[in-house]
Structure formats: C-alpha cells, structure tokens
Design a protein around this ligand. Structure first.
Ligand SMILES: C[S@@+](CC[C@H](N)C(=O)[O-])C[C@H]1O[C@@H](n2cnc3c(N)ncnc32)[C@H](O)[C@@H]1O
Length: 214
C-alpha cells in the first residue's frame, strides 16, 4: 500500500464524513501538551498536523503555529475548528498544504517542532534532519512514531506497512554536537495491545556553522 496524498485524503474524507464529531473531540497528544506546557510559548511547527488537535491546543496556549499536512480535507477541518474557537486562536495558526517528503521549514524559525505519527516516504534520517533544521537554538524537537510490530507479542500493529520514526534512526540523524537528547526510547502506547511508540525529545544546542560549533 502507498501512504501517499491520495491515501490520506481518502482516509480523512471518510473519517470526517462518518465520525466527524469523534474526530473533533480528539484530545491533543498528552506528551506534546506536557512538553509544550514547560516551554515559553513561541513559534511552533506541527508537521503532519492532520485536523490540528495539537495545533489548536498550542495556539490556545499562545503559540504561533505553522500546521502542515498534505490532506486538504484535514486542513479544512482544522481551519473551521480554529475559527470556531475565535479570531485570536485562528489568527495564530498558519495552515500549509505541503508534502513533508519535500517540504522543509525555514531554518531556525521554530522554538518547537513536533512531528507525530507521520509515515515517511523516503529516508527517516533525512526527514528528521529536515524537521530539525527548523528548530532554533534552545528549541525543542518532538517526534513520535508508532512501531510496526508489537515487541510484546511480535504481532503487526496498525502501523505495519508504514515507515514511521524509530529511536534508532532518529538518534542516528541527530548529531550530538548539535542536539541534547532528552528522551530517546520506546514507550508502551495507551491502548493495550497496540504496541509501542518511538519517542524522541531533543533540544538544539547549536547549529552547525555557528561560532560555538566550530
Ligand atoms: C496518523 S496521522 C497523525 C496526525 C497527527 N499528527 C496526530 O498525531 O494525530 C498522519 C498525518 O500525516 C499526514 N501525512 C502523512 N504523510 C505526509 C506527507 N508526506 N506530507 C504531509 N503530511 C503527511 C497525513 O495526512 C495525516 O494527517
């Protein structure tokens, strides 16, 4: 199966048509909330934002958010939900239709870059580096990837067939001269039997080429 734009557009259209209210009620990711709550609101990038549960929450906390996805119907839902939350929240989110296989953030623009549960077409390391490029010095990179096999049972998970971020590949992509790894581990998912997530939290110490990095 190809997890391309057409695939995700079909998934989102169906889900919003058949379970729109359930989708709208989905709570933002608990780890993202916990991590962002400890940071001073600044600029955030939510890469692969879907319908924007996390982007909406971040904007409500005062973050200026860029929310990127290639599924137009998910972005439309996010925009509508933002407007329903009020002009102030809506004005803090820029919705971008973009393919993370090629889309790259402006270098050093963001204080927080999160990329949660995104299938990566191509090299995971390249994608992690691309997302990391967007993080300013002192900023945070937060990655979650549902692993395709449940290590407890060896059974395939609902992410089987997808290539999401793994601890090994994310760690290989992050130069320790530039990044402090705060979390790099597999964690059991909340839903019993659904396997584990690779969880990465890293803080950018410096950028290659900056005076301290030489
Ligand atoms: C499993 S959903 C996760 C959504 C959200 N991050 C969350 O945690 O609930 C994966 C999202 O990534 C988006 N996506 C997958 N591949 C993408 C790509 N190459 N470029 C942009 N968005 C992509 C899909 O459209 C979908 O909204």
């Amino acid at each position: 199966m190809s997890y391309d734009q057409d695939f995700w557009e079909r998934v989102w259209s169906k889900m919003l048509r058949e379970q729109g209210e359930k989708v709208a009620r989905r709570q933002p990711n608990a780890w993202l909330r916990e991590t962002a709550a400890a940071l001073k609101p600044g600029r955030a990038l939510d890469a692969g934002c879907g319908h924007g549960a996390e982007a909406l929450w971040l904007a409500a906390q005062g973050w200026e958010v860029t929310a990127v996805d290639f599924a137009a119907s998910a972005l439309a839902q996010g925009r509508a939900m933002a407007e329903a939350l009020g002009a102030e929240v809506a004005a803090r989110i820029t919705w971008v239709e973009g393919d993370l296989g090629v889309w790259a953030p402006q270098a050093a623009r963001f204080d927080l870059v999160s990329c949660l549960y995104v299938h990566v077409a191509g090299s995971v390391e390249a994608m992690v580096r691309r997302m990391g490029e967007g993080v300013a010095e002192g900023g945070t990179l937060l990655l979650l990837g549902h692993q395709p096999v449940d290590p407890a049972t060896g059974a395939p998970t609902s992410a089987a067939g997808q290539v999401q971020i793994s601890v090994e590949r994310a760690v290989a992509a992050l130069d320790t001269q530039e990044w402090e790894l705060i979390v790099a581990e597999e964690r059991p998912r909340a839903a019993v039997g659904s396997g584990v997530d690779a969880a990465i939290q890293a803080r950018r110490l410096r950028r290659r080429g900056s005076p301290e990095a030489r």
